[in-house]
Design a protein. Sequence first.
Length: 153
Amino acid sequence: MDCRVVVEAAVPVYDVGTADEAVRIAISKTGEMLNPDLNYVEINMGERTCPHCGESQETAFIAADEGLVALELEMTVFNVEHDEHASRIARKEIGQRLRNIPLEVLEVEVIEDDGDEDDEEESTSDGGDESRAGDEEDSDDDVLPEFEDLLDE
């Protein structure tokens, strides 16, 4: 089973004057921490609503030139047993790179399998890698000869 997991991160930013500036800096800072290892994680502005009235709120809170920005990080996790397994993998993978940044899983959505793809090629040993890994393996297979072919030569 493959799942799309959305994780909310509370990213602190410093020396900012406006909410827009805080969001831009938070996205840049988060991208630097995730890349190049997790360059397949999508970074989006979080959506905040008031718990009492339901009104939409800014994604960044600014006080004394410091801010806290809510970002949504989305990734696909392959070959998981159930929803909770997918959320644990996503939190672990993202949390290892975003030290001291609180994370909360917002959504886990099961991705329907087409049946045409071989899921084992797309996963790593922990099941937390993007399909790009499978593409790289396919290209390596075309370049390297088989072991038996080398012995025959």
